[in-house]
Design a protein around this ligand. Structure first.
Ligand code: NAD
Length: 333
């Protein structure tokens, strides 16, 4: 097949391109940037801004069999929940989706995948960390706790409207906290698993790592390979969604940190500090995907975390080496 992956320079997009290539497809990637940590295996890579409809017209061509739309202005809690980036997130991601939906319609693209998010679920159903409600039908009445979630909900509706009015085949997944190697691990857009792995890898034995909030907020985390598998199964099915793609293994952020510490092999203590946290509880409800696609994630959180920790530890060591090299080259700095 001929496939376009929008957001191919990002974490999930890059892994998806790799898998699509391994499966024997011809793949074009488009993004503002190339993947940060590894060369893209895409056959063609367009560097461009999808807020510009001309870039969408260049990337979305009639020969395509599938389009995966993953491009978005996004990040972890430190980016999405502070309120500082609300206007940019809504403006940038809505423009990308408006342009992509229209380009797919104009070019008769047979099928598009859209990456929505667990962040669309109403805040009022996620106050109890032990019993969050995130079944697909609980999305309305809508009350996402972030503008990021509102934009995702708007774009879900946009693609569904294109399906109803223009016959565009859409597949929509609500992804729940995807993690793994080759993802952002520093700089402010990283998410909890990567941030905790980095903090543990940087800490000295006997030291302390910081956690935002009281650590009792709960989440489920899905390893990247399983996310890609879920996306492909949904895309090749006759089910439009929206459907959750996530794990069922719910842990508190404190438990997540303790797992990372154990993997690091260090003796580290936790310090709870104020910081953006999002909702108190969130758990992927996986009954619908199981019923419609017969699929569920199977890998344990500990397995995925061990692979992620190893990769981030390597990044930390390499960046320390680079800092040391720069200091030696410029001793006056
Ligand atoms: P990411 O930030 O690593 O990837 C997004 C990519 O979009 C980036 O490479 C970025 O450069 C690109 N992009 C942003 N603005 C663009 C523009 N104007 N033109 C072209 N490219 C642009 O994020 P990710 O974790 O790979 O997430 C991929 C998608 O899945 C996003 O839509 C995200 O909202 C969604 N999602 C991710 C998670 C998760 O846990 N990672 C959870 C729910 C939903």
């Amino acid at each position: 097949m001929k496939i376009l992956v929008a957001g191919a320079g990002g974490f999930i997009g890059h892994h998806l391109v790799k898998r699509l290539k391994a499966d024997g497809n011809w793949v074009c990637g488009v993004d503002l940037k190339l993947p940060e940590f590894e060369d893209s295996s895409a056959d063609q890579f367009i560097i461009g801004d999808l807020r510009d409809p001309r870039v969408c017209s260049q990337a979305v061509v009639p020969e395509l069999d599938e389009v995966y739309q993953l491009a978005a202005d996004m990040g972890g809690a430190g980016y999405v929940f502070t309120g500082c980036h609300d206007a940019a997130i809504m403006h940038n991601s809505a423009l990308i989706n408006l342009n992509m939906a229209e380009a797919c319609r104009l070019n008769g693209v047979p099928r598009i995948f859209y990456s929505s998010s667990a962040c669309i679920y109403p805040q009022y159903n996620q106050m109890d960390p032990d019993n969050p409600v995130c079944s697909e039908d609980s999305a309305y009445p809508a009350q996402p706790d972030s503008e990021y979630g509102w934009e995702k909900l708007f774009s879900e509706r946009l693609y569904l409207a294109y399906h109803r009015n223009w016959g565009l085949e859409v597949r929509i997944a609500r992804l729940h906290n995807i993690f793994g190697p080759l993802g952002t691990w520093q700089g402010g857009r990283e998410k909890a698993p990567a941030a905790l792995c980095r903090k543990a890898a940087q800490a000295c034995d006997g030291g302390t790592i910081e956690i935002w909030g009281d650590g009792m907020q709960t989440r489920t985390f899905l390893y990247i390979d399983e996310c890609v598998e879920g996306i492909l199964r949904l895309m090749r099915s006759d089910f439009s969604g929206p459907v959750n793609i996530g794990s069922s293994e719910m842990v508190s952020i404190k438990q997540l940190a303790e797992m990372v510490i154990e993997i690091s092999g260090k003796k580290l203590s936790l310090k709870f500090v104020p910081g953006p946290q999002g909702v108190r509880g969130r758990c992927s409800d996986n009954r619908l995907i199981k019923a419609r696609l017969g699929w569920a994630s199977s890998q344990s959180l500990a397995q995925g975390l061990a692979l992620t920790y190893l990769w981030i530890q390597q990044q930390v060591v390499e960046s320390m080496g680079a800092d040391l090299g720069a200091a030696k080259a410029n001793p006056g700095l």
